[in-house]
Write a protein of this length. Structure first.
Length: 131
């Protein structure tokens, strides 16, 4: 049986450790970094910005605001953040989680396995919530 959110929190709250990113040749930053405080689980998540397409910043943007688009995807340049480049690939349709992607979109993304794993995790969460 899988852990409840409360059990996971209790086990992980004091166990978060920063990975040794300063040792990674590819990591572009120097200096001390530390993980944020691990917050306890909540009964209901805050609504996501643009959830359900309501007041969605991305949906309101013309295709010209994106680096590349097609009928199903758009490639968005991230705001400057200190890294040389960060881009975000997003679907035109709204999906809450990778497991919500239809298999054809997940395949285009190359993440059918990730979508399937997310579906399994969601099924386990649902099973735990009902027990």
């Amino acid at each position: 049986m899988s852990e409840t959110p409360e059990e996971l929190f209790a086990r992980a709250v004091d166990a978060l450790r920063m990975p040794p990113v300063q040792e990674w040749e590819e990591f572009p930053f120097d200096g001390e970094m530390r993980p944020r405080a691990f917050l306890p689980p909540v009964d209901t998540d805050e609504p996501r910005n643009g959830e359900g397409g309501v007041d969605c910043w991305s949906c309101a943007q013309p295709d010209e605001a994106f680096i590349w688009t097609n009928e199903r995807w758009r490639l968005l340049p991230a705001k400057p953040n200190g890294l040389p480049v960060v881009v975000l690939l997003e679907t035109r349709e709204h999906y809450a989680e990778p497991g919500d992607l239809p298999d054809d979109l997940a395949a285009e993304l190359g993440d059918v396995w990730q979508a399937n794993l997310d579906r399994v995790a969601e099924a386990l969460r649902s099973e735990t919530a009902h027990n």
